[in-house]
Write a protein that binds this ligand. Structure first.
Ligand code: PEP
Ligand code: MN
Length: 366
């Protein structure tokens, strides 16, 4: 390379850095102006001011750039500054990656969900039906390395004449089973007035799909100290789901885990349609951990393994799956819960046993 050119290029490099420093300094001043304009209710866009600045620049221009080139260069600078001013006016959502770039890790007792921690598995029956049923299920999943146990005590049922759950007695049985087997207990809360009972018995509150936009419940749960598993509504957009999480964070509860559980579509071969893109998007747009409930997503036992693989490949931080000692006689979700042998086969097929102790990357192999 020619030495003269090399030397001139070094000078260009220095000037680039000088220009960057000046542009950044100018941007900081523009931001300060923008903040003041917002305070006193003035618009950021002031065409008269822009014209005056361009006139001053053109009259100071001694070349070699033409006046038109100087104008177009500075118009770019003005536009970039206005974008900065408008950005500042946007609400800073607490759930947003822009607000917090690093992954949030939610602790359920001593179990970490999210970040670089191994994928978690929440397993247990759809509903807590009896001491025998809950004890047997807790014993089985704990033996297989599961740490997070699920079981509904207050069930949101479409048909008012179907089993509604054991209520507080169910919470007590769930607690007893979890304590007996070293498990953390996750259960759905449907009514804010039940919060004291939940705070006594559970380690994680679940807000179900049907209550995702129950803002009264969201506010109450947002004031709780317990971590929350927030299911996506049956027909909720990703934005509505994330806004529901925003309610929880806004009320002071930062320990929120999102849970995709399938959305209602025209498809009838599955109970719901697992929205894999929602998992990836929720991870991109928010800093919260994201789980996938593979049981309610497909509503089919034969889809549990592929949906689990898809969810984890899309970046899910864990999976929820329903297990029952004898699904044929279950009081809810008979078609989709797996029995103990089915659960063992599920673990083997998804390689979950290894991830329950090792790193999450193990999951994608095989
Ligand atoms: C559940 O997990 O028990 C449940 C009712 O799920 P969803 O709210 O997603 O329908
Ligand atoms: Mn269920």
């Amino acid at each position: 390379m020619d030495e003269r050119i090399e030397a001139l290029r070094r000078r260009i490099d220095e000037l680039n850095l000088d220009l960057l420093r000046l542009l950044s300094e100018r941007a900081a001043v523009a931001e300060a102006i923008g903040r003041r304009q917002t305070e006193v209710g003035l618009s950021h866009y002031d065409p008269m001011r822009e014209q005056a600045m361009l006139d001053a620049l053109v009259s100071a221009n001694r070349g070699p750039f033409s006046d038109a080139t100087v104008k177009s260069l500075f118009k770019q600078v003005f536009q970039a500054s206005m974008q900065l001013e408008q950005e500042q006016d946007k609400v800073q959502y607490l759930t947003s990656r822009r607000h917090r770039s690093e992954d949030t890790v939610v602790w359920v007792g001593d179990v970490a969900v999210g970040g670089d921690h191994p994928a978690v598995l929440i397993a247990g029956p759809c509903a807590i039906e009896s001491r025998e049923q809950v004890m047997a299920t807790a014993a089985h999943v704990a033996r297989r390395g599961v740490k997070l146990f699920r079981g509904g005590a207050f069930k949101p049922r479409t048909d008012p004449y179907s089993f509604q759950g054991l209520g507080v007695e169910g919470l007590e049985l769930g607690r007893e089973a979890c304590d007996a087997h070293g498990l953390r207990f996750v259960a759905e809360i449907m009514d804010a007035t039940d919060l004291p009972a939940f705070e006594r018995h559970v380690d994680m509150l679940q807000i179900g799909a049907r209550n995702m936009q129950n803002f009264h419940l969201l506010k109450a749960v947002g004031r709780s100290r317990l971590p929350v598993l927030l299911k996506r509504g049956l027909a909720a957009t990703i934005e509505e789901w994330v806004m529901a999480a925003e309610y929880l964070l806004h009320e002071g509860n930062p320990n929120v885990v999102l849970c995709e559980r399938g959305i209602r579509t025209y498809e009838r071969f599955t109970r719901n349609t697992l929205d894999v893109s929602a998992v990836a998007l929720a991870k991109l747009e928010t800093h919260l951990p994201v789980l996938v409930d593979v049981t309610h997503s497909g509503g089919r036992r034969d889809l549990l393994v592929p949906l689990t693989k898809a969810a984890l490949a899309a970046g899910a931080d864990g999976i929820m799956v329903e297990v029952h000692p004898n699904p044929a006689v279950a009081l809810s979700d008979q078609k989709q819960q797996v029995d103990f042998d089915g659960f063992d086969a599920y673990l083997d097929a998804t390689l979950f046993p290894r991830t329950l102790t090792a790193g999450r990357t193990e999951l994608y192999r095989g």
